[in-house]
Structures are given as C-alpha cells and as structure tokens.
Design a binder for this molecule. Sequence first.
Ligand code: HOC
Length: 382
Amino acid sequence: ILEQCYNLMDFEAVAKNTMKKTAWAYYSSGADDEITMRENHSAFHKIWFRPRILVDVEKIDFSTTMLGTKCDIPFYVTATALGKLGNPEGEVVLTRAAKKHNVVQMIPTLASCSFDEIMDAAEGDQVQWMQLYVNKDRAITKKIVQHAESRGCKGLFITVDAPQLGRREKDMRSKFTDVGSSVQNGDSTDNSQGAARAISSFIDPALSWKDIPWFQSITKMPIILKGVQRVEDVIRAIEAGVQGVVLSNHGGRQLDFARSGVEVLAEVMPVLRERNWEDRIEIYIDGGVRRATDIIKALCLGAKGVGIGRPFLYSMSAYGQPGVDRAMQLLKDEMEMNMRLIGCSSVDQLNPTLVDTRGLSMHTTGVPSDTLGLSIYDPLVN
Ligand code: HOC
C-alpha cells in the first residue's frame, strides 16, 4: 500500500515483488559484482554530521538554483533508460511528478517515450535537461542536440562514462527480448544479451576531449559532463570551458570498483577551493542517494545538487505517478526535518564544517588525504 512506503527503499522492495522479472533485472542490475552499485549508497554511511545548536530553524527553505534554474529542492530526476519497462506510460509519469514538485527532469537519450512526448508533457516553464549518448554518426547527434535546444532544454548532459557497456549479468541472464518497443532513440540490434546491450550499439567509443569544442559550437545550452570520476578531469573540464560535471559512475552499471560520487566529491572540492575555482563550475553527483541526509551531506561537501534515478523508476513502477509524488514528498519532509536538526535554515548555510568525512578519506583514493594538493593533480603533470 502506497501509504505504507515511508522511505525510498520501501518503493524498491515493492517494485522488486511486483515488476516483471526482466524489467527488474534491467533496472536493478549493476556491473560485474555490483560492488560499486552497493558502495554508492554505503559511502554516505561513512559521513557523519557535526550539527550546530541554538540556531533559529523555525523556517526552513531548501530551495536552490541549478544551472540558473530555481528549484524547490536540490535534487533532479536523473536520466534512466527504458521507462516503459516499469510503467506503460513511461517517462511522462516522471515529468508530471517533477512538475508538481518543481523538480528538474533530465530526459534520457534512451527513453521509451519520444523526446517530444516528454517535452510536450511538461507544462509552462517546467525545466528539463537533455542527457546525451553521442552517436557514431555526428550528424544524428547534432540533430538531437539542436532539437533539444530548440524545444527549450536548459542543459546538455553528455555521458562520458560509457565508451563500452558494462557487464550487467543479471540483465544479461534475463535474456530480455522485447526491447524494440521500449526504446525510441536506440537501434535495437542484439537482443540476446539483455536490454542494455540491445539498445547501446550506436554509442561512439571514440568520443574524446577533442569533441568538446564541437559541442560548444553547435549549442548554446550549458554543457555538463556526466560520469566524471577524478579531480584531474574536473580541472580539465573547467579548462575546456564546460559549465558543469556530474561526479557519477552510472549507478554502478559501468566500471565496477569505480568510486562513489560522494567520495570523488570529497577529493574534488578541496582542490577547487585551494585554487579558488569553486565558482568556475557547478558540481553535481549521483548514485546511491536514498535519503535527504545523503543530499545534505553532498551539499555540505560542495555539490550544487544531486541526481536521483532508480528510486523514481521503482516508485513509478510500483504505483505510477502517485508513487513518484510520494517519493518526492518524502524526500522534502526528510529534508526539512534534517536541515532543522543540523541547525541550518537554508542551503547556503550548508558547508564542510557540518560533516565529518574522516571515514571517507581513509577509504577513498589510495592517496592519503593530506597529500591531496595541487601538484599531484596538476593536469599538466598528469
Ligand atoms: C555503452 C552504452 O544508461 C543503462 C543505460 C544505457 C547504457 C548504455 C551504455 O542501462 O545504464
């Protein structure tokens, strides 16, 4: 029963028991041994709060801006493929819920609904971003990008962590064969090894830094690299003139043993602060976010916002739009309470002194945290 879902994990449990096995296998699978997928969430458990006391927290305002857009809460619906596997209406269900809660939706290249159907489902000034898998045929990519811009998309998130598909064995074993009807923009060529393989053969593994100026020449949308996993690449992204990065490992679906976004964030921000470069780029993270405390921890460390993917797929699959509404509302309620409990009445008060990350840095890089500094991360050297 919907009212008995009290947190985002509850939706996952219901979805697991109610979804088609093949769909569940596609949504829930991670790469190889799923170590990264699990770590994405458990990394947040290594960060503890250092709350302030005796602060007036009667009124809490957790609205913020992301890429210049005012949002009610610092999360967005991140791109996830094949929405119709979970719900016959597909991604437009997420669009409607996002509208209700003033949350930004990132439209996936590999959506089940067409791009225009999703844009059409948006109302008024609802803000949407576009996630891009870059096609081997750049003419197709250009068309997709320029169409997204002409329809009013406010950001282009280029996925950079997927030159080849990770091995999601659960998905491969499920031998899902009906991908064709579930995806709009992929080319469904090989149905023998799971949904992901079937939809991804068009993606260009030759994509490189050399392509960034080309993207900048074909669009005025802010460009954000999605899937950055080390500080050297954040620095390079700044130097390349992009507006943002998402520290992400693709929900643990690509490289197993990639570090969680929040761990990478803890590596990135001190280096940016030391250079006074925090204002030169917006940093987002995704992966494993299930609680508002996860969102707050990420913002304390310097993220502008966080992406949430699977939990909205699960709430949509289990209960349709009311499920997604409730999931978003639960996060808002958790957010209000936890902001109050750490002694902050607005997101601009969140800062690194509010978290204890000692548990993280011992585990994070193999590079002792006290040696994190400019010299070893100078892209000219590395
Ligand atoms: C190399 C291509 O994002 C997923 C989707 C599609 C993956 C395409 C990767 O299943 O994670």
